[in-house]
Design a protein around this ligand. Structure first.
Ligand code: MG
Length: 385
């Protein structure tokens, strides 16, 4: 079997959802998805198509590593080139699964578990009172989720209440003032009270704080038994992250903007975090993220992937989660977005009562509905042409 073409389409979802379709001379087609690569990733895939036509689509890891190494001067360590390759990689796994009539998890070593626990990213905002927060949390719990995540940093919301505006943290300076610190603690207090003791709560700081502000926040949050505190300090300084991690009993999680095993090596080897969160349809794909999880496993570090993908990228991520022992939980970021169930031909919510179940279909296991997808086509992009 030979690759005959690699084409893309893009939809407006959580940012851009970039769809990648690999076709073969045997008539078997695989569809993958990548995120956060932007229009640069589309241009890179168009360029890579020329290099990959005629290649054996089953040599997934070799294709990935060959393209990465031969373009190392063009961004073969991180960024859009890796994300473009990730979209191709996921499409190749879908294709190989279909060709061999097995689900992708069977090609990755088989399952440790039959269902994948998912947490809901949950939109509470700093201006809400307890009753308003309880209403948001209740909606998540009524849908069957047993874990949720909130953003505690003001910057994430562009929140501008005039009466508190002069207390807000400067968006570039990393030091939290007293008002900001108290507000973050109060938000976690309200959300954990609303959720109740059985529900796991994670809190994301989006890299807004310096080391002392982060340690002070983490210590104040220890009483709430968070599932994790996410990226309190900027993620690029692994030693600063480790200082925070070593100062608190709150589990610290990071990694949504790292790429490849190489990007995670320092974080894992220095045990700078308690939990890692690679974005699978962005940072290297299924094979690479399984290897990242395996690296983390030897330090007993859990694997909790970041995820803003459509059901295709989410289910692709779930195949990896099934095949590693240290899987903790997978993100779901679509509580209030419209095409979650309609963009796939199956017209179903792949998450039932807070879990993804596999149904044994070959490949990734869900198919893009192109008619619906075209209604959300990303401006200025082509559609599998
Ligand atoms: Mg985050």
């Amino acid at each position: 079997m030979e690759i005959t073409s690699i084409k893309t389409a893009a939809t407006v979802g959580h940012g851009m959802h970039l769809w990648v379709r690999v076709s073969t001379d045997a008539g078997i087609v695989g569809t993958g998805e990548c995120v956060h690569g932007g229009k640069q990733a589309i241009a890179i895939i168009q360029y890579l198509e020329e290099k990959l036509v005629g290649r054996d689509p089953f040599a997934v890891d070799a294709i990935f590593e060959d393209m990465r190494r031969s373009h190392v001067f063009d961004g073969g360590d991180a960024g859009a080139l890796i994300t473009a390759l990730t979209g191709i990689e996921i499409a190749l796994w879908d294709l190989k699964g279909k060709a061999l009539d097995v689900p992708v998890y069977e090609l990755l070593g088989g399952k440790f578990r039959d269902k994948i626990r998912v947490y809901a990213d949950c939109e509470v905002s700093p201006g809400m009172n307890f009753d308003q927060i309880k209403a948001v949390v209740d909606e998540v719990l009524e849908r069957g989720f047993t874990a949720l995540k909130i953003d505690v940093d003001i910057g994430a919301y562009g929140h501008r209440e005039s009466e508190v505006a002069h207390f807000e943290k400067d968006r570039f300076n990393f030091t939290a003032n007293q008002w900001e610190h108290d507000r973050m603690v109060s938000l976690v207090d309200m959300v954990t009270r609303a959720a109740g003791r059985d529900i796991d709560v994670a809190a994301d700081v989006h890299t807004r704080l310096d080391v002392p502000s982060s340690i002070r926040l983490a210590k104040a949050l220890e009483q709430y038994h968070l599932m994790w505190l996410e990226e309190p300090v900027p993620a690029e300084n692994v030693d600063a992250m480790r200082t925070v991690t070593q100062s608190t009993s709150v589990p610290i999680c990071s990694g949504e903007n790292l790429y490849l095993r190489h990007g995670f090596r320092d974080l894992i080897e220095k045990q700078a975090v308690n939990i890692i969160m690679p974005d699978i349809p962005k940072c290297g794909g299924l094979s690479e993220c399984r290897k990242i999880a395996n690296m983390a496993e030897v330090y007993y570090i859990p694997f909790a992937p970041h995820n803003v993908s459509s059901p295709v990228g989410t289910l692709a991520s779930a195949h990896v989660c099934a095949t590693v022992p240290n899987f903790l939980i997978l993100e779901y970021h679509w509580l209030h977005r419209d095409y979650w169930s309609t963009i796939i031909q199956e017209k179903t919510d792949i998450i039932k009562d807070g879990f993804i179940h596999f149904d044994g279909r070959p490949g990734i296991g869900v198919e893009l509905d192109e008619e619906v997808g075209r209604q959300y086509q990303y401006p200025g992009t082509t559609w599998f042409e």
